[in-house]
Design a protein around this ligand. Structure first.
Ligand SMILES: *[C@@H]1O[C@H](CO)[C@@H](O)[C@H](O)[C@H]1NC(C)=O
Length: 364
């Protein structure tokens, strides 16, 4: 779509397109803004396995959150909300043009997952009410870069699950959307003066951690269904207290400080008040198998624990995103095995050398 059409359509696109359930005419408009259509491949002949449906529900919920996020960001930039002003109208037009397209593309990602669920008479999650912690365009792009990195890991888990379940039908379209989210990620990273390509093999993640992370953006109790029915556990967050909530970690070995509220977590009870023996921080980084380091300097305030753990950056070239979890074990043969030993997750650790800006004007 051309810039002017997009800008004229910007405000309208925020409302009247029927999302998440557009009629055929509204869908056409979304596809037009998205620069492409939904797949027209027929649904798989055999119904996917139950756990594959869980993955589609998570994908739908996650994409619906992203739709709300980009809708809010576009509105803030359009309205020149303080903190969301761009240095020039050309810069503003350019960013809005790109984000409008991204928004429509995210809508189609959500609709794609919803359609698969509907086809097999599964409950289709409808949008919740969302809350965002960001109050500036820079922070919003940084958050988009962070949650997109996590999505890029989570879609690996979905493909792996579909393959394991013998549900090969959706693999091509998941891989297609994974690359698409990667294109977005490169753009956000450039805006943040990070190298666009993060790692040779992007950091993996698991569905359970993605679902847990999503909860912080959902106004509690606001979903028009019980979130427990999705069938994924919700872990308390593992907060990273070092370097801007883990977003700006330096490229060297160092101890990071973490915090987790373990109130009411059954498996954590025997650790309450103790010295942290038997507790570990386990990292996902790239395609390395999960690796763990012991916690140190453990302090309890009731059932809230604060501790330090090594970030073994140098041995593992941990540039970009690492996904940390607080675990009761330290030997894992696959990412999925970490879930059963987890007390709190995810903690998002981002290590990046900033590039020398090759175009100062790109700075937002
Ligand atoms: C839009 O601005 C409001 C008001 O500052 C803020 O609360 C909200 O988080 C912003 N949205 C995004 C996506 O940053």
């Amino acid at each position: 779509m051309h810039l002017t059409t997009t800008l004229l359509g910007a405000v309208a696109a925020l409302g009247d397109d029927g999302f998440p359930n557009p009629n055929p005419e509204q869908l056409k408009k979304i596809q037009n803004l998205a620069d492409g259509t939904l797949s027209n491949a027929p649904p798989p002949a055999v119904a996917p396995k139950a756990s594959s449906f869980t993955a589609f529900k998570l994908i739908a919920m996650n994409e619906q959150f992203e739709v709300a996020f980009f809708t809010s960001l576009i509105k803030n930039i359009t309205d020149n909300v303080p903190g969301f002003e761009l240095p020039s109208s050309a810069k503003k037009d350019e960013l809005l043009d790109i984000l409008e397209t991204v928004l429509a593309q995210e809508k189609l990602h959500a609709i794609n997952a919803q359609k698969t669920l509907a086809k097999f008479n599964q409950p289709v999650p409808q949008p919740c009410v969302y809350q965002f912690p960001t109050t500036s365009v820079y922070d919003a792009i940084a958050l988009a870069e962070k949650f997109t990195a996590l999505v890029l890991g989570t879609l690996q888990d979905a493909s792996q699950l579909f393959a394991k379940n013998g549900d090969f039908g959706p693999v091509r379209s998941v891989a297609s959307s994974l690359g698409q989210e990667g294109e977005q990620e490169g753009f956000y990273r450039i805006l943040l003066a990070k190298k666009p390509s993060e790692k040779p093999f992007l950091t993996t993640n698991v569905a359970e951690f993605a679902f847990s992370a999503l909860q912080q953006f959902i106004v509690p109790g606001s979903c028009p269904f019980d979130v427990k029915t999705i069938g994924l556990p919700i872990f308390p967050p593992l907060q990273v207290l070092t370097a801007n909530g883990g977003a700006d970690i330096e490229t060297r070995n160092q101890y990071l400080t973490f915090k987790a509220d373990l109130t009411g977590i059954e498996a954590a009870k025997k650790f309450y008040g103790g010295d942290g023996k038997g507790l570990f921080v386990t990292y996902f980084s790239g395609q390395l198998l999960p690796f763990s380091v012991p916690v140190q300097n453990v302090k309890w305030a009731g059932e809230v624990v604060t501790f330090d753990a090594l970030l073994p950056y140098e041995e593992n070239d941990m540039d970009g995103l690492s996904v940390a979890s607080l675990t009761t074990a330290d030997k894992f043969a696959a990412p999925g095995e970490v879930v059963g030993a987890t007390l709190a997750a995810p903690g998002l650790v981002q290590v990046d050398d900033r590039t020398k800006a090759w175009d100062q004007n790109l700075k937002i």
